[in-house]
Design a protein around this ligand. Structure first.
Ligand code: GDP
Length: 296
C-alpha cells in the first residue's frame, strides 16, 4: 500500500515550526508529492503541470490557519482545486429538446459503449419515464448489432430492427424516422468503435452527426485510460464535438485520473460513471469522490 497524499504532505509540511504564510519553497516541496500522486493516479502529464501551477498560485502566500497544520491546509487546497477542475457539482444528461432527439455514443472499441448505451436507455426509461429506442450503427463488427439487441431484450428497451446491408448513416436515419412514427422520445445511437482513432472513424462520426443532429454526444472512455486520455478526448471533441463524457469501469481499481485529464483538455463534463457490467451499474458523477480517489 502506498502512503496517502495527505500523510505525505503532512510529513513534509508539518516539520515547519514557523507559522505564517506558506512560502514558495514550502509549496514547491509539497507540489513534488502532489505531482507524484497525480502521475500514480494516471493523470496525463500536461494536465499534471497545469494543475500544479494552479495550486502553486493558490497556495503561495496563503496564511496558515490556526486550526489546521500546513500539511492539512495544502491538502485542502489541492482537493478544492481538483473538485473545481473536475467540474464542481456534476451535470446530468440534458433532456431539454423536442422529441424525438438523438443521444450519440462515441468512443473506442471495448470502452463500454454498447453497455453504457443500454444502461443510459434503462435509466431514461425508468427514472425519466421517456420512451427510448436503441440502434446499433456498428456495421463492421458482425456481432455488434446483435449484442445491442440482446441487451434490449434483457432490459426491456426496444431496439431498431436489424436490416442487413445498410450503412451507419442509413441506419441512423431509419432510427430517427422510426422514432418519429413510433412516438419515441429519445434515440440512443451506439456507433462503431475502433481499437485506435483513425480518419475513417472520425469521418463516419461526423456523417452520423450531420444526419441526426444529436442533442448529446457522449464520449465513452475507460477510466483506466492513462496518457492516451488527452489525445482521445481532444480528437473526438475537435472532430465530432462532444457534449459530455461517460467514464466506465470505475468499479475497477483505477484511480480515475482520466476524468481529470479529459475534463481539463476539453472542458466537457463527465456526466455518468459506469460501475459494473450490469445494466443498472451506472451512477452520477461526483467530483469530490473522484478527487478523494486521485489523492489516495
Ligand atoms: P464497446 O466495444 O465499447 O461497445 O464495449 P462493450 O459495451 O461491449 O463493453 C466491453 C466489456 O466491458 C464488456 O464485457 C462489458 O460488460 C464491460 N463493461 C462495460 N462497462 C463496464 C463497467 O462500468 N464496469 C465493468 N466492470 N465492466 C464494464
Amino acid at each position: 500500500m502506498f502512503e496517502s497524499l495527505s500523510d505525505r504532505l503532512s510529513g513534509i509540511l508539518d516539520k515547519l515550526t514557523r507559522r505564517g504564510a506558506l512560502s514558495e519553497a514550502d509549496v514547491s516541496e509539497a507540489l513534488r508529492e502532489v505531482r507524484r500522486a497525480l502521475i500514480e493516479a494516471d493523470v496525463a502529464l500536461p494536465v499534471v503541470k497545469s494543475f500544479t501551477d494552479k495550486v502553486r498560485t493558490r497556495a503561495v502566500g496563503q496564511e496558515v490557519l490556526k486550526s489546521v497544520t500546513p500539511g492539512q491546509q495544502v491538502v485542502k487546497i489541492v482537493h478544492d482545486q481538483l473538485v473545481e477542475m473536475l467540474g464542481g457539482a456534476g451535470e446530468p444528461i440534458d433532456l431539454n429538446a423536442a422529441a424525438p432527439f438523438a443521444i450519440m455514443m462515441v468512443g473506442l472499441q471495448g470502452s463500454g459503449k454498447t453497455t453504457s448505451t443500454a444502461k443510459i436507455a434503462l435509466r431514461l426509461t425508468k427514472n425519466e419515464r421517456r420512451k427510448v429506442l436503441m440502434a446499433s450503427l456498428d456495421t463492421r463488427r458482425p456481432a455488434a448489432q446483435e449484442q445491442l439487441k440482446v441487451l434490449g431484450e434483457q432490459t426491456g428497451i426496444e431496439t431498431l430492427p436489424i436490416v442487413a446491408g445498410q450503412s451507419p448513416v442509413q441506419i441512423a436515419s431509419r432510427a430517427m424516422t422510426a422514432a418519429r412514427l413510433g412516438g419515441y422520445d429519445i434515440v440512443m445511437l451506439d456507433t462503431a468503435g475502433r481499437t485506435h482513432i483513425d480518419e475513417p472513424l472520425m469521418v463516419e462520426m461526423a456523417e452520423i452527426k450531420a444526419a441526426t443532429n444529436p442533442h448529446e454526444i457522449l464520449l465513452v472512455a475507460d477510466s483506466l485510460t492513462g496518457q492516451d486520455a488527452v489525445n482521445l478526448a481532444t480528437s473526438f471533441d475537435e472532430r465530432v464535438g462532444i457534449t459530455g463524457i461517460v467514464l466506465t469501469r470505475m468499479d475497477g481499481d483505477g484511480r480515475g485520473g482520466a476524468a481529470l485529464s479529459m475534463r481539463a483538455v476539453t472542458g466537457k463534463p463527465v456526466k455518468l460513471v459506469g460501475t459494473g457490467e450490469k445494466a443498472d451499474a451506472l451512477e452520477e458523477f461526483h467530483p469530490a469522490r473522484i478527487a478523494d480517489r486521485i489523492l489516495g
